[in-house]
Design a protein around this ligand. Sequence first.
Ligand code: PEP
Ligand code: MN
Length: 265
Amino acid sequence: KLVSKKWKAKPTSIDLGDGVFIKDGEMAIITGPCSIESEEQIRKVVAHCVENGIRMMRGGVFKPRTSPYAFRGMGIDGLKLWHSIASEAGIKIVTEVMQTSQIEEMYPYVDIYQVGARNSQNFNLLDELGKVDKAVMIKRGISGTIEELLQSAEYVFSGGNEKLILCERGIRTYEKASRNTLDLNAIPILKAKSHLPVIVDPSHGIGIRSYVPQMALAGVMAGADGVIYESHEIPEKAYSDGQQTLDFAQSTRLAAWIRESFAMR
Ligand code: PEP
Ligand code: MN
């Protein structure tokens, strides 16, 4: 496979511009709400990122929701608004693309296209992202194997887009005490098998706010090249995933811990 270390030994480095990288040997921190909700919320999270030296912000404008009646996101207008505020602050945007028709309209406003767990094997979407000149982060499928994640990455890479990031976000197991089971094993295995950077998502991985920090640090120690986690000024009021979202004080602490842990690794 083209994404395998056998084909390319040198780790792939993702250059997002303005000195922002996702690469082996650095620790990427990406934070922000599950959903982009309002201009006020965007401004608050951008300010939080700036205060903590975090250069990448996550947030969904097209949300895959289990219930069709749940908040589905602000859409492309929300993304445009977000981009105008974030780019001024030097913050890069990580956001989910749900279907091929959104790729082009999103293109000027996104720095990393996120492929969500539910679309991890949407092969038409992966084919189209293979033709794009912009970074793509693929999340592991809800019941996806490591091999399936690598094959999904292969779709994009073989299409010509080598700016790829893998994300472990937990898998569905028989265990119901947590939302998902964060598969820490996947991190060293993916790093050994592939030259692509690997990011850990402890928020979706465990789904319980108070346990997110330790799972984030476990992911760092397991060898992740970055952490993506959910944060919000008032998590209890978040439109989605509030139960696993950190408030700004918790996020500030976690960002410092991530950096300290990485320095010790
Ligand atoms: C998200 O990042 O908010 C999200 C929907 O993630 P996942 O696709 O991993 O469930
Ligand atoms: Mn979420």
